[in-house]
Each structure stands twice: as C-alpha cells, then as structure tokens.
Design a protein around this ligand. Structure first.
Ligand SMILES: [Zn+2]
Length: 398
C-alpha cells in the first residue's frame, strides 16, 4: 500500500481518507495516519544560513536508522553512492536546489534518500561550507561504523563514488569548469581553440591531483589548498566517474543528432520515428517526441534513440560515412551497457569509441571536439572500474 501511495503521488488527505474507509470495512492491520504509513521522518530538521541561501543537513545515519532500512541489519557492510546536482526549480525564477543524495550500492531497487539540501538563488557560496557536515559525518562513520535499522546495528561504512554532471563535479572538486582549457578530469591535456584532443593524455590520478601536477586544472582558490572533500580522503579522480547520462545521452547524442538532421531528411526521419513509436514497450519510460522538439528532448528520449531506434531511423537518411560513424557510437555504448561484460568486450568498446572520436573530427571538420566528445575517450575506463554504464549513471537518480 505504501508503494502504491508513493507511485500515485497521492495527497496525504486522500491516503488518510482511504485508510479510515479500510478500517471501517474491517482492515485493521493498517495505520490510520498517512504519515505513519509512509514512514515520514518526523524529526525536526534545523535550517542553517549558507551564503544567501538556506542549508539543511539530515545526515546519512539519520536516514538509515529508520525501520525502512531494517533489511541492512543482515548486510555485511553499507556502501553508498552519492549524487550531487544543481536543479532550477522553475523557469520563471532563479531559485535552485542543490541536493546531496545517497543510494545504497548493493540495493539498487531502494530509491535514493536525501542527505542534505541547499536552496538559494544561485549555487552554494563554496564547496567547503556546502560539504563540511557531509565530510565530517563520513569521516566519523568510516572510523566508527554506521547504525542501521530500528535496532541500530553497527555496520562498516564506505562511499563508493560521486555522481555529478560536469558543472557540479567541477564545483565540488574545486577544478576548472568544463569549458576551460584544462578541464578534463581524467587526463592531463589542453584544448586548443576550444577543441579538445582526439586521444587521451597522461592519466590524471588521485596522486597527480593531490600533487597539483596539472596546476591549470585547479581553480585559483584551490591551487594551493585542498577542498574539504580532498581533505576527507576521497579519491578526487577515482571516485568521480564521468556521468553517462549527461556525457553520452544529453551531450554527444544530442550534438550528433543536431548535426545529422537537416531540412531534407527531417520529414522522413519524423515518419520513421512515429512508425516505431507504436512498438515501444511499456518498460520504456517515454516515447520520443518528433525531431521538431529535439531541443526539449530528455535523456530518456536520446538514450533509446542511441541504443535502439537510431539504427533504423538514420539508415538511408544520412550519408553512408555518417551512418557508419553513428554505428560506432551505438555499438560502443551498447557493449558498455552489458551487465555481464568482460574485459574483452570493454576493450573492444574502448577501441570503437576511440575511433568514433577520431572520425568525428574528419567527418565534421567545422565542429570542435567539445568536453563531452573528449570524455567519450574515458568512458570505457569508468566501466572497468564501476561496471556497466547504468551502475554509475545519473539516470538512476532521476
Ligand atoms: Zn582526457
């Protein structure tokens, strides 16, 4: 019943009314209060002023000490992925939220929970104040373990990775934004005339990051100083995989489609997409809108196009060269999505994607290799470390 109430997004008053009716007709195993049914946290949360905004810290242990997490009492340990992102609440105001979310690595079906949140008219004033409470708690949990479930059983605790889009990652790690010359978080390279190299440079590691080997990569205030995340001994390179949702779906696939669609093929491509929409199974969260709406497409529209429908829609609607080039991206990413992938498959995908980036600069000579295209060169490495793309994609958080 709880799952039904959450999925239907029912108002509390409606749920309470239903609970009362059920009690009247003889179901006495359910509570009468909607908040009790949903397990709403009733602890008072204090709000702090942070810069010109408001900050609320709920905490990791506070979340996991609830009855909902009793299943963790039989786990060997607790491993967490952390998601950080900035979200604009409405298009008509500057108000934005910067949540810090947690997700249990070994229990992917359990949805993410809120650890902390900043609300203001811009991003938090600096990453240190924003992440100080989080780092303090993680340091404590690493040393003393975390209490889980209503019986407060203590388990070992660690954070596996951070999922962020490029602006959020640059902000929390204290490095230059993705439009800067030395923006790549995974290798030491420099963009020329806003175009990144088509091959990887010397690998950036946690040690080279700490030693400031590529000093231009770091923001001015952190060239000689560590962020709180770095001081809390997080791997500033190894624990920040590139996010496939922003990098591949909303980044490279969107750019490629904008280049592949023209007035001459728009109508045929729309018809093909419309034809396919009749066969989209219910497991897909959304049927893609036509290409006139491309600027508003969500990642859930780009992703099926890349993985499934694109090979049909683009066939005969672009030059052979460009179709073959799209197939490289399609094949490389499909291989990296396989749940039981092995090193051979990942190595093949890696070679295919390296070829894709090199060919891009040949086929689209007036286009720059932007941050996302260069990032494709590193995505197979992230799969080697964290498993299939879905294991570390921001799509799991939305
Ligand atoms: Zn790089």
């Amino acid at each position: 019943m709880k799952r039904w109430a959450v999925e239907q997004n029912s108002p509390l008053s409606k749920i309470a009314s239903l609970l009362h009716t059920m009690r009247k007709i003889g179901y006495d195993g359910l509570p009468l209060c909607a908040k009790t049914l949903l397990g709403t946290n009733r602890d008072k949360v204090e709000l702090d002023v942070l810069g010109e905004g408001t900050f609320m810290y709920i905490g990791i242990e506070n979340n996991l000490c609830r009855r909902d997490f009793d299943f963790l009492q039989s786990s060997n340990n607790v491993t967490l992925d952390v998601g950080i992102d900035g979200l604009q609440l409405t298009r008509s105001s500057k108000t934005c939220l910067w949540p810090i979310l947690g997700a249990l690595v070994d229990h992917p079906k359990v949805g993410p929970f809120l650890i902390a949140c900043f609300q203001g008219n811009s991003k938090p004033p600096n990453p240190d104040d924003f992440l100080m409470s989080f780092c303090n708690e993680v340091t404590n949990l690493r040393e003393n373990g975390i209490k889980v479930g209503s019986n407060e059983v203590i388990k070992q605790f660690r954070v596996r990775s951070f999922t962020c889009d490029s602006p959020a990652r640059a902000f929390v790690t204290g490095v230059m934004s993705h439009s800067a010359k030395n923006a790549c978080p995974k290798c030491i390279c420099t963009s020329e005339k806003h175009s990144f190299p088509v091959s990887v440079g010397i690998a950036q590691t946690d040690e080279s990051f700490k030693n400031r080997q590529d000093i231009s990569h770091h923001r001015l205030e952190y060239k000689n100083k560590e962020t709180v995340l770095e001081s809390a001994n997080f791997g500033m390179v190894s624990q920040f995989p590139l996010d496939p949702m922003h990098l591949v779906d909303l980044g490279v696939m969107k750019k490629l489609l904008n280049l592949l669609i023209s007035k001459s093929n728009l109508s045929v491509m729309n018809k093909k997409l419309q034809f396919l929409s009749k066969f989209v199974p219910s497991e897909f969260s959304r049927v893609a809108r036509d290409f006139n709406e491309l600027s508003n497409w969500k990642s859930t529209e780009f992703r099926p196009f890349l993985l499934y429908t694109g090979i049909f829609v683009l066939k005969g609607c672009s030059s052979e060269d460009r179709y073959y080039h799209f197939l490289l991206l399609h094949t490389g990413i499909r291989l990296l999505c396989i749940e039981r992938s092995n090193n051979i498959g990942i190595n093949i995908a890696d070679q295919i994607l390296q070829e894709f980036v090199k060919l891009f600069s040949t086929l689209y000579i007036n286009e720059r290799i932007n941050f996302n295209l260069h990032g494709i060169l590193h995505i197979a490495d992230c799969v080697r470390q964290f498993g299939p793309l879905d294991n570390f994609s921001a799509k799991s958080w939305v």
